[in-house]
Design a binder for this molecule. Sequence first.
Ligand SMILES: Cc1ncc(COP(=O)(O)O)c(C=O)c1O
Length: 400
Amino acid sequence: MTATAAPSATEIAVPLLDLKAQYATIRAEIEPILREVCESQYFIGGPKVEALEREVAAYCSTQFAVGCANGSDAILIALQALDIGAGDAVICPSYTFFATAGSIHRLGAKPVFVDCDPATYNICPESTRAAFRCHGAKVKAIVPVHLFGQAADLDTILGIAKEHGVPVIEDAAQAIGTEDAHGTRVGSRGVIGTFSFFPSKNLGGFGDGGIVTTNDAKLADRMRRLRNHGMEPKYYHDEVGLNSRLDALQAAILSVKLRHLDAWSAGRQKNAAYYDRRFAEAGATTSATPISAGGFALRTPHPAPKGSRHIYNQYVIRVPAAMRDRVRDALGKRKVGTEIYYPVPLHLQKCFASLGYREGTFPHSELAAKESIALPIYADLTPAQLDWVATSVIDAVRAG
Ligand SMILES: Cc1ncc(COP(=O)(O)O)c(C=O)c1O
């Protein structure tokens, strides 16, 4: 590639995510909690898990929350609680993490993929309508994803679901605390919301964890049984569930971290605003303008609608597909961590080949998969690190 311009900012390593920096700020709160759980020797379920469930329900503005082992099981438990299984079809986006569709498939149901909106990367309502035209009454649910921490267009998706009489499960794995344009928290408008506490999430545990939210008491009860082998009372099983319990250590850690979540998400928003400004000054436009429209070859995340709250689990830029590897290499040489979310849209994954999708079926998802790059965005980034990332991205794009 062309040599990048001499760096104007100070060279400084910036990992994609630095959880050690976050831990340093909460160590004093976490260590006594870990000791308390160890002294109690109460490791699975119990008061710490119940407390977290109450706190997350309140945080997400729902009546109930049920902890489970991870965000993938959360989707699976939600689907099973809605009686979805073999022979059913479930609509979900193609441009998302694998678990959204993997959980549908694991229940014996068929994922019906739809394209993304090119500006927000979230589920495209038009494509969702087209999926209903194709698959009709077989469709038993829609699983929109609030990708990267930005709310999907729930008004439209809930409207489509209502027309067809199917429930919506919100995959909010990346979006705890995200609000839609009405200021409503995600995970509270669908019949069930599902969340992940994977360490890289805005609210991440020290291992795996997940939770489901709902306002339906019966569904909450059923999901509580399903996460524990479908057992109720002890050793009686009316249906087969999973072993997907949340452990007390994770719950205790997550309760501490939940107290910091709003500040961390605000830090991410501030960092995103900084990148937006730096990149706009260099000539970037938002992802609402396709790269093919020309101009400076960089697109920033499209702003979330007024009144909404984007929590920036990821800050994803776009560059021309032909340039992406060079830009990533240049950033890597300057010790700036990046990731591709996601290089292969789900409709083109080998494991779903039997579903019969071909390249070209979902052009927006396919293009996003070729053009996107995620940058470091966590709250603990220093001004010098932010400057280094922004300068390095602009240099790399200018070098082409
Ligand atoms: C959109 C989405 N759905 C589901 C999951 C699954 O969560 P977990 O990794 O906790 O199983 C993830 C995790 O990355 C995700 O990003």
